[in-house]
Write a protein that binds this ligand. Structure first.
Ligand SMILES: CC(C)(COP(=O)(O)OP(=O)(O)OC[C@H]1O[C@@H](n2cnc3c(N)ncnc32)[C@H](O)[C@@H]1OP(=O)(O)O)[C@@H](O)C(=O)NCCC(=O)NCCS
Length: 219
């Protein structure tokens, strides 16, 4: 293992446990059919991203965009427990995956991902939003995950409007897309209500919005 990471892990038992837990999950679950070579390659990337995730972590609050009632800010390792609790919430877990601490730290260190926390303007966190594809944002960007713990108050729609503003006006992507489950009618209703178009012929599971569509809806 990278010696810098070894030093960090020996000084921080929680990070060490999270790292080892994720390696075990990968070996016993996702990596069930992996060859030793594939597992070694996986560990190489995990080590690199995990180390980056820890080194890039900060105590600074970094606001990305602010709306009438909500703020989207960059997530930090200190948000990991809250974020996982949102993903594991009984009304969210059927619809979104959850990342254990080790994987979340690694994803903080992977510049293709941007993890954010959604807060009310008074600072109360109410959910998360994850973008994927930050490295190739000039081609397209994926809204990988959205989940809230305070539902049915219009926060979902406001979050998506802010996410579009961020994607098109700040990151300057030409194309924002996402996927959902066929039976997730609640999510599909807010995607349509905020200007996303289904990728036909499938009207349910894949949605997108282009910069042209965004601009004409936000003149
Ligand atoms: C999807 C989610 C982000 C929406 O957030 P929200 O704050 O509840 O959304 P809003 O309050 O802005 O709007 C909810 C809309 O869904 C509608 N809705 C609720 N349940 C519905 C259902 N079963 N079928 C169809 N529409 C439904 C509401 O009527 C409302 O629309 P309206 O304002 O026109 O009446 C939130 O519900 C959530 O976290 N869900 C679990 C995780 C998830 O599914 N994420 C998406 C994965 S792709």
């Amino acid at each position: 293992m990278n010696s810098e990471l070894t030093t960090i892990l020996s000084a921080n038992p929680r990070y060490a446990a999270a790292y080892n837990e994720y390696m075990e999950i990968h070996k016993n679950g996702y990596g069930k059919n992996s060859t030793p070579e594939e597992l070694a390659t996986f560990e190489e990337f995990l080590e690199r991203d995990f180390l980056n995730g820890i080194k890039q972590d900060s105590n600074e609050r970094e606001e990305l965009i602010r709306g009438d009632r909500l703020v989207i800010r960059k997530a930090r390792i200190a948000d990991a427990d809250f974020m996982q609790s949102v993903e594991l919430d009984a009304d969210n877990a059927p619809w979104v995956a959850n990342w254990p601490l080790g994987w979340r730290i690694a994803k903080f260190g992977d510049e293709n991902f941007l993890q954010t926390v959604i807060e009310k303007t008074d600072g109360t966190p109410i959910g998360l939003l994850i973008f994927h594809g930050m490295r190739t944002v000039q081609e397209k960007l994926e809204l990988k995950r959205i989940a809230l713990i305070e539902k049915g108050k219009g926060y979902g729609k406001e979050t998506l409007s802010l996410a579009q503003k961020l994607a098109f006006e700040v990151f300057e992507t030409p194309y924002l897309y996402l996927g959902t489950k066929e039976n997730n009618l609640r999510a599909q209703s807010i995607y349509k209500a905020t200007g996303f178009t289904p990728d036909m012929p499938d009207p349910c599971t894949k949605f997108h919005i282009t910069i042209t569509e965004y601009r004409s809806a936000n003149k």
